[in-house]
Ligand binder design. Structure first.
Ligand SMILES: [Zn+2]
Length: 415
């Protein structure tokens, strides 16, 4: 048995504990002290469950000039993420069983962290054929990849998902609320795809979802939070918590749904601190600087963030702005629960997916360190606290803050 020691987040609080890790990479014991064949003592560092990121676009296969599975999952590991949920708008899009199986085969053995794959069925029948997918993604509005479905198709998908008891993750924006006209920058863009488009889509969902289990992707504002159908879960991205229309980043900050005004961002923070947000998900959606370096109107929407999500929030936790329990819930245990995977909690029987972080360390974010294939981050210069060690099923995938291994990520099945 291997033993890992430190200040462990266990049963809702921090304690100096030893974790026993079995041959199968699972936690087999949690004790005040344990003896093992191999012992690692992390001293005062915190040992938290590895993060589960519900929303990433690793662009593989087909769009690998932006990112690929090895590079994106290495960056994820550096940011403390040990399981990702990969979106279906790759090329070809995962709309059929064949495309799903091809994507499974294409990614096998190439990821640095564990993963589940979403599919994007476009009809009730397609839902049945895509039963192996972890969950489904439905786009109510246009975004990268052109997978938008109309209300009729979405009703079919929701019916199918209800029958198969699958989760549907919804990109909830009502395109009827979008404004036409010249968009020159972030403020224009927020006005063109307004908050009302989110609320309107959510009201439609509340009346049309039947008994389907739904999760609302990237909620940007309190008005939309208020409209999340009861019983549904929701996520917020770090860019909507840390960036707003006042940042001078132009088209690099173009994302769907848009960054909002500073006042909206502050209200979203308060809602997060108050426990109104189930999960933090990065919506890591890289584009190259060439693609972003065109007039705002023509630039693609989406920005990278999988490596900085936890580190930005950990820094704020250290500053006393968020409770540690809130952080762990939103980055690990709750997203795992939403997906229905046996991850996200430190307890006997679970995979030893762990991040180890010294909260006293702080550094400024530099794109180079994150190793994204696209080579940039909208969070440049912001203070963050990165994990120094990350374990995936007991094996270290990050050591001294640097990627230490790759290719051992596995496709995780849902319960
Ligand atoms: Zn997305």
């Amino acid at each position: 048995m291997r033993v890992i020691r430190g200040r462990v987040f266990f049963r809702g609080r921090l304690d100096a504990l030893s974790l026993g890790i079995g041959e199968n990479g699972k936690i087999v014991a949690v004790k005040k002290s344990l003896r093992g064949d191999e012992e690692v003592d992390h001293g005062d560092s915190l040992i938290l469950p590895g993060c589960v990121d519900l929303h990433v676009h690793m662009r593989d296969p087909g769009l690998t000039d932006k990112e690929d599975f090895p590079s994106g999952t290495r960056s994820a590991a550096m940011g403390g993420v040990t399981t990702i949920a990969e979106m279906p708008n790759t090329a070809p899009p995962v709309t059929s069983r064949l495309a799903y199986e091809e994507k499974v085969a294409a990614l096998r053995g190439r990821g640095a962290v564990d993963y589940v794959l979403y599919a994007a069925p476009r009809s009730e029948e397609a839902v049945t054929r895509l039963g192996e997918a972890a969950a489904f993604k439905a786009y109510m509005a246009e975004s990268t990849g052109a997978l938008q479905v109309g209300p009729g198709e979405l009703e079919g998908i929701l019916r199918g998902a209800q029958t198969s008891r699958k989760l549907v993750v919804v990109h909830a924006e009502d395109p009827r609320q979008f404004m036409r006209g010249k968009v020159r920058g972030l403020e224009d863009y927020s006005a063109a795809r307004p908050k009302a488009a989110e609320s309107s889509a959510l009201h439609w969902l509340a009346s049309s979802r039947g008994e389907a289990r739904i999760h609302i992707a990237h909620v940007t504002c309190v008005e939309a939070l208020d409209a999340v159908p009861s019983g549904a879960t929701c996520e917020v991205t770090p860019h909507h918590l840390f960036l707003d229309t006042s940042r001078p980043i132009g088209a690099r900050g173009k994302v769907n749904p848009p960054l909002r005004l500073p006042v909206d961002r502050e209200a979203l923070w308060d809602a997060f601190r108050a426990g109104r947000i189930d999960a933090i998900a990065s919506d890591h959606a890289p584009h190259t600087l060439d693609e972003k370096g065109v007039p705002f109107d023509e630039a693609p929407a989406g920005l990278p963030g999988v490596a900085t999500s936890f580190p930005l929030l950990m820094r704020r936790t250290r500053a006393g702005e968020i409770d540690l329990a809130r952080l762990v819930s939103a980055t690990a245990s709750r997203p795992a629960e939403i997906l229905g995977i046996a991850k996200g909690i430190i307890e006997v029987g679970r995979d030893a997916d762990l991040l180890v972080v010294d909260p006293r360390t702080a550094e400024r974010i530099r794109a180079k360190r994150l190793r994204y294939k696209c080579g940039w981050t909208p969070f440049e210069e912001m203070e963050a606290c990165f994990p120094h060690t990350v374990y995936l099923r007991g094996e270290s995938v990050v050591e001294d803050g640097e990627p230490a291994a790759e290719g051992q990520g596995r496709l995780v099945s849902t319960e």
